[in-house]
Design a protein around this ligand. Sequence first.
Ligand code: AMP
Length: 300
Amino acid sequence: MSNILVVGSLAYDDVQTPAEHRTNVLGGAASYFAIAARLYAPVRLVGVIGDDFREEDVERLRSRGIDLAGLERRSGGSFRWLGRYDYAMNTAETINTDLGVFADWQPRVPDSFADSEFVFLANIDPEIQLATLRRVRAPKAVALDTMNYWIDHKRDALLEVISHVDIVSVNESEARQLCDTVSVAKAARDILARGPRAVVVKRGEYGSVLFTRSFSFWSPAFPFDEVTDPTGAGDSFAGGFLGHLAATGTVDDRALRRATLHGTVCASFAVERFSVDGIEAATPDDVATRYRLLQDLVKV
Ligand code: AMP
């Protein structure tokens, strides 16, 4: 089994859905990813938190077996995100982003992480993503996720880091915005032309599509009557996706297809409850059960 290094945001979120409003809940791309990926393989985390970050939240990550040697605490505020969902629940509207201690932070990657085999550059400043990647000697596969905020603020740096990764994961609207096109298929082709070998486009309740140069694979979302909180669906998806690749140690076409279904399953646990509560409660057995149900759904 291979290990996975993740760098990305650790945050406190305020989340408004049509049904409920929660404040100050544990969030951040790296938190969701790590809590999902630890269901599959050992996870190492690189990130920064402020002095307002609760010790019990650090302990939640540590007690899930996540290696926190790359987690730094600095004086200042933690990353904070305020997002709202309307009835469609498919895309978040960002009301406010406060980078806090992430604003001028240079990642410190411990020497013991330099041999990481799989790397996830979770949603954060693309300059931080690139600086982290440079510290890893010979990764087998690197995946990247981003958000409209970074497409707006750091487009050139983002395109630079995209050219160094194997897999890009974006949602539908981000794909369109990044490539300035209304066609998701064309956006995927444009991203592939920049170097990556696979692009995963997430489409909320309509599932996701895996594009490579030779095929595309469409996965439905896990069927649900009600979504509680879509926050972190994309990062948990990435956790299941890269987790499966790391668990098998392979990145061939079949592994990529199966990884897409594992991503879908992890996202389904994340959206069932607020914050990281849903994905945190999931066990490998729960994952296996939903994976079989999803596999039956895509069979013809
Ligand atoms: P997702 O719903 O999977 O796209 O990710 C949601 C998480 O991303 C939330 O928990 C936020 O704290 C975090 N987040 C929101 N905006 C940003 C940003 N601009 N950079 C890094 N992380 C962010």
